[in-house]
Design a protein around this ligand. Structure first.
Ligand code: ADP
Ligand code: MG
Length: 698
């Protein structure tokens, strides 16, 4: 056991009870964990304010004065503790809602305290809830630390004396005992190249900086270390996979591809499409299995790229399959692709759950005999009974709806793993992609086919509803169709269903039969009725589709030109963008109308304005990440990004970049980490328990 691995229990002043609490509340098990529990801010001792100076806007204040009149207040079932704090310029209330008894017993009336915390407004007065307190002892030496670290703590910890100050004492004691015992984890040349302080120095300085320069040098170093290790996790896996897993070699571009390209393709590929196809071709020839993510906004032509690549697989004697998240989308892909391939000798089939058993059986038999070139379907494709003769290429559309296991299952269908292309229309911000897809290759189509008219996005409130109805009538008079979307119906949210039904009724009143036909679709309908209604809308039988977000992914009705989103303030940015992508798919000018209430929170306002001002999916994704933070980005919940202690994927982009490039450089030279200078990294990988990476497909 190294010094850093020492259980926290052994630290003087901790003991079993507090150790258990530290484990439970902060996941601190060892000395190292304790050192990696970083201050979230520092208080500059020289910056003591007075009560008269502060306001509720002050983010965090340090005050010095006397506490008195400590008493508990019982209001209803909850008790709180209240005390008055004054410093000669004014008085404010300190309150505690938890640990009441402990605080009450420990407070010394009429003694001088340094009080730190965030002011808030209560009953028209400023108070500070759960302040950090430091008793000013008579004859105290002025502390050697100018900056007091402020640590995240919890009420339970505070009740056992482990407030920020208690934690700081433990940290200080570990650092004192640990002199010379904290080894470096980054390779020496990296430390030198970036002029980083050693790990021990950095830990010392991040907890107890003596000036602001130390604080920032140490923070940068620890952020770099954190992002570096995350990159190492992802990229090491990727390099291993590259070295280990063989892939089919698709060396030729043959007759099917060439005929399609010269005879069937009705338009010129965009520059972005050409570039991406080149990237995919390089993978296909490499002898290693491809695992590639293809990102591109709705309508950017991903499906076409996928089709071209499937043809290459077929030209090389393999079969291909395309997996869609819903039956509607599978049908849609089947229709488009069969149309594109008409007259070419390529057998395309559709396999979905709603086929009769006899039809399914027939498809399976032909598939196993190699008579089917392209199989399109839903997850029915990954049932065990589905066996390909020679599967060489898999396309997965809209990856967010597919679980990791589902994808993994697909490629066990063959001894030699097929190449995998995952397509998504939910753009992932650059910094995230850099980190998350460290172990996946990533291609981006960042260009729309020429001649698309950008969708006009407008924001309106209820006062404009009659005008909206008038506009809808105009559009439908020109033969166009309209979507009206309501927030998602969750099992628990009865009111959403009511909103949808009320909305439907008022739409039905405003647009009566027989002039107008309306479809309604929501998540609680049986899927056959959903499909039926959706099909009627696709076929142009109904003019208006009233629905919840079930239509979010991929549905293609080029004749629909208006997307009305009700209660738009309740949707996240990426969802709004996805919904908007349902229109603007034909040649006509399309519109997206965001209906909201009059009163909007500032973040809702910002979301709406972002939508009104931009149609660029990547810009919207960046804005979304900034507004909500990575915690709310779809699909990130299982990733390491949310466990970052210090670094922030949004604001630390330069460090993310540096860490990624450094790790790449190291692995390019030494993919198995066998060089002496990388021994520390090899050790890190070895120690690390094997874990499932979300981004990994195979
Ligand atoms: P995505 O799958 O990215 O949403 P699709 O591949 O479905 O996009 O393409 C959207 C529409 O644009 C389709 O009708 C397709 O035929 C058309 N399209 C694709 N590439 C081009 C291009 N280079 N030029 C013109 N139209 C294109
Ligand atoms: Mg698509």
């Amino acid at each position: 056991m190294t010094f850093l691995e020492t259980p926290i229990e052994y630290l003087k002043g901790v003991g079993p009870a507090r150790a258990q609490l530290l484990q439970r509340e902060l996941e601190v098990f060892t000395y190292e964990d304790m050192l990696m529990h970083f201050p979230f801010r520092y208080v500059d001792r020289s910056q003591i304010s007075t009560i008269s100076q502060i306001s509720v806007e002050s983010p965090y204040v340090v005050l010095k004065g006397i506490i008195n009149n400590v008493h508990s207040v019982n209001s209803g079932r909850t008790a709180r503790l209240s005390a008055l704090f004054s410093d000669g310029t004014g008085t404010l209330e300190l309150v505690w809602f938890q640990g009441v008894k402990w605080v009450m017993d420990s407070l010394k009336p009429n003694a001088e305290y340094v009080v730190m915390g965030r002011p808030s407004l209560y009953n028209g007065h400023i108070n500070i809830a759960h302040p950090d307190l430091e008793l000013v002892q008579y004859g105290d030496q002025p502390s050697s630390h100018l900056y007091i670290p402020v640590y995240p703590s919890t009420e339970k910890l505070k009740a056992k004396g482990l407030s920020s100050k208690g934690i700081s004492k433990l940290t200080e004691s570990i650092l004192r005992q640990g002199e010379g015992k904290i080894p470096e984890v980054l390779p020496l040349n990296v430390i030198q190249h970036y002029h980083l302080p050693s790990r021990e120095e950095a830990l010392r300085m991040i907890h107890f900086p003596t000036n602001s320069r130390e604080m920032s040098i140490a923070t940068q170093r620890m952020k770099f270390e954190e992002l570096f290790m995350l990159q190492l996790d992802y990229q090491y896996a990727k390099y291993q996979r590259r070295n280990v897993s063989q892939g089919r070699v698709f060396g030729i571009v043959g007759e099917k591809f060439n005929r399609f390209y010269s005879e069937k393709l009705p338009f010129e590929l965009t520059g972005a499409q050409k570039r991406v196809i080149k990237e995919i071709r390089a993978d296909m020839k490499s002898g290693h299995q491809m695992n590639r993510l293809l990102q591109g906004d709705v309508g950017s032509g991903k499906t076409l790229v996928a089709l071209l690549c499937m043809l290459i697989a077929i030209d090389n004697g393999c079969q291909a399959c395309l997996m869609a998240p819903t039956e509607i989308l599978a049908n849609q892909h089947y229709a488009t692709i069969s149309r594109f391939l008409e007259g070419l000798d390529v057998n395309v089939e559709l396999l979905t759950g709603s086929l009769k058993p006899s039809q399914k059986k027939k498809i399976r038999t032909r598939l196993a005999a190699g008579e089917i070139d392209i199989l399109i379907g839903t997850h029915a494709l990954i049932e065990d009974s589905v066996q390909f003769q020679r599967l060489g290429f898999i396309v997965i559309d809209e990856q967010h709806r597919f679980g990791v296991e589902q994808r993994a299952k697909l490629w066990t269908k063959d001894v030699c793993p097929p190449h995998v292309l995952v397509m998504t229309a939910t753009p992932i911000p650059r910094t995230l992609a850099m980190t998350l897809y460290g172990d996946l290759d990533c291609s981006i189509i960042d260009e729309l086919p020429p001649g698309r008219k950008p969708i006009k996005t407008l924001h309106a409130t209820d006062a404009k509803r009659l005008k909206l109805f008038g506009f809808m009538r105009e559009q439908m008079a020109q033969g166009r169709q309209i979507y009206i979307v309501y927030p998602l119906i969750e099992e628990s949210e009865k009111s959403d269903l009511k909103d949808l039904m009320d909305g439907y009724e008022s739409i039905a009143r405003a647009f009566p039969l027989p002039d107008y036909q309306i479809s309604i679709v929501h998540g609680r309908m049986p899927s056959e009725s959903k499909d039926y209604e959706m099909q009627r809308f696709k076929d142009g039988i109904t003019n208006i589709m009233v629905s919840t977000t079930v239509i979010e992914v991929g549905v293609d009705v080029p004749n629909a030109t208006v997307m009305v989103i009700e209660n738009a303030e309740r949707f996240g940015l990426s969802q709004l963008h996805q919904l908007r992508g349902r229109v603007g798919r034909g040649g006509e000018q399309s519109y997206c109308i965001l209906m909201t209430s009059d009163k909007l929170s500032s973040s809702a306002k910002e979301r709406i304005m972002t939508m009104v001002n931009s149609t660029d999916g990547f810009r919207i994704a960046e804005a979304d990440l900034k507004l909500r933070g990575p915690g709310d980005v779809q699909g990130l919940q299982q990733s390491g990004i949310l466990q970052l202690k210090l670094a922030d994927i949004v604001n630390d982009e330069p460090i993310v970049r540096a860490a990624r490039d450094t790790v790449q450089g190291i692995l390019d030279q030494d993919p198995n980490l066998q060089k002496t200078e990388n021994a520390c990294l090899a050790l890190y990988i070895k120690r690390k328990a094997p874990k499932q990476n979300w981004g990994k497909i195979s």
